[in-house]
Design a protein around this ligand. Structure first.
Ligand SMILES: CC(C)(COP(=O)(O)OP(=O)(O)OC[C@H]1O[C@@H](n2cnc3c(N)ncnc32)[C@H](O)[C@@H]1OP(=O)(O)O)[C@@H](O)C(=O)NCCC(=O)NCCS
Length: 435
């Protein structure tokens, strides 16, 4: 079943009806009025300024394909919901490939209706609906780290803010033969997305751009009146003249009036593009530091400057995943070590509950099955929660670390080390934007 055709979850609808609340889909094609109200409530929910009409029109068009739901208070007449949620399916990159994910966004409950269980009903409804559609994993970015663990989500990819003191750090990395040149933002909009898509596939944890996410990330869309006047972009073209990367940035004074080059987005589909763009930023005249958000916790640029202490890496949780179908999820990725692994997963919401056997071949491909009986004696056998499974699913956390934290238990000798070696991702997972 396609995500747009999935019926409204009747359990949540019935629970909410007991509080005189109506849970319903927004008809994005035919009910522009209600759809506009839905957007305004999302914006208000995140304390955003009111949007102008052109921005609203753009969002209504670009986001219309998503599955949007709201809750209306039956005791209040009016167009606007008291709570909102949106979802769509998207490829999620995993080690060695990708998997369809159920992206959840725009979760707001009006402050007038908070802590009455509306979000709980919403989120659980999304999980049931995604599961019914056969989507193996749900994904979101969280405004607070305390909200989603109770629904089985875990921080599967952490990101970092990288700050480089460019008065101290001298470039010591390679000097690629391609060229860095300024790009107009319109050109970046047209040609950059294909590069960003290629670059993203090299990192587990990336969700695909759609039009709205792309324009939001590069802070530009055609025809927008108040396009950022301070944003500059450079592109890297290789010796064959092909665009392989770009950086959009602005230079601003910090609190101490020192100039900071703030990177809005840097994407590199090749190592040469990566080196050339970082070098460009680090060597900007007059600038005291470069600051880039939503970078990997394991950035090569650390090893491309003369002074490691000139670089600060501040990690935080970013991509949250919730496993709905362990068999499909675990088969979608590749593994770093062959062998047999058995995972006993405990899941209070039952989606991921059970015993799963992974038979990993020398190419790193796993055949995964649900076991009803005993685990093979030679398998690396561990027990873990659905959250632990989400946390290791794309290689974002070491199994050893979760074991030492008292969360993953070994049922056979050496199991933790073997599972760790298998689930390790050589490239740290990362998600490069908010959604
Ligand atoms: C976060 C938000 C959606 C929660 O909505 P809500 O309807 O009040 O949540 P519920 O009443 O369904 O609460 C469900 C559970 O989550 C907990 N919870 C809700 N919001 C929480 C928060 N901000 N921090 C920690 N726990 C939270 C509740 O205590 C409750 O826990 P329990 O059932 O285990 O006792 C709402 O406060 C909101 O809109 N916040 C501002 C926008 C935002 O941050 N949205 C999330 C985007 S990722």
């Amino acid at each position: 079943m396609d995500f747009t055709d999935a019926p409204l979850d009747q359990t949540a609808a019935a629970n909410l009806a007991e509080q005189n609340l109506t849970f319903a889909r927004v008809d994005t094609a035919n009910d522009r009025e209600r759809y506009t109200g839905w957007h305004e409530v999302v914006n208000r929910g995140f304390y955003g300024d009111r949007k102008d009409d052109k921005d609203v029109e753009y969002m209504l068009d670009a986001g219309a394909y998503r599955r949007l739901c709201g809750v209306w208070d039956d005791t209040e007449a009016g167009r606007d919901p008291v709570a909102t949620i949106g979802s769509w399916t998207t490829p999620l990159s995993v080690p060695g490939g990708d998997v369809p994910a159920w992206a959840i966004s725009a979760v707001t409950v009006s402050p007038t209706h908070r802590r009455r269980g509306i979000a709980r009903n919403f989120i659980e409804a999304e999980l049931r609906t995604a599961h019914a559609c056969g989507v193996p994993v749900a994904a979101l970015t969280a405004s607070e780290a305390t909200i989603y663990g109770r629904f089985g989500f875990a921080p599967s990819a952490r990101d970092a803010r990288i700050t480089i003191d460019t008065k101290r750090a001298r470039w010591t990395g390679p000097t690629p033969t391609g060229r860095v040149r300024f790009m107009e933002l319109g050109d970046l909009y047209e040609r950059g997305r294909a590069v960003a898509d290629r670059a993203s596939r090299q990192h587990p944890g990336e969700v695909a751009f759609d039009e709205m996410l792309w324009t939001g990330t590069i802070e530009y869309r055609p025809g927008k009146d108040d396009t950022a006047k301070d944003l500059r972009a450079v592109g890297y073209t290789d010796a064959a003249g092909e665009l392989q990367g770009f950086a959009a940035y602005r230079v601003k004074p910090g609190a101490d009036e020192k100039l900071i080059a703030k990177v809005a987005y840097l994407s590199a589909a090749t190592d040469d593009a990566y080196a050339a763009l970082w070098r460009y930023l680090i060597e900007l005249d007059l600038v005291d530091s470069v600051e880039a958000d939503l970078r990997s916790v394991d950035e090569p640029v650390l090893w491309q400057v003369s002074d490691l202490r000139a670089v600060t890496v501040a990690p935080f949780d970013h991509l949250w995943l919730r496993i709905l179908d362990p068999v499909a999820m675990l088969e979608a990725r590749t593994y770093a070590r062959p062998g047999s692994v058995v995972l006993d997963v405990v899941d209070p919401l039952e989606f991921a509950q059970g015993r799963f056997l992974l038979e990993i071949d020398v190419a790193g491909t796993a055949s995964v099955s649900r076991l009803s009986g005993d685990a093979p004696a030679d398998a690396a056998h561990v027990t873990l929660s659905e959250r632990d499974l989400a946390q290791i699913a794309v290689g974002g956390t070491s199994v050893t670390s979760l074991h030492r934290a008292g969360r993953v238990s070994a049922l056979t000798d050496g199991a933790v080390e073997r599972v760790d070696a298998a689930f390790h991702s050589p490239v740290a997972p990362r998600l490069s934007f908010w959604f």
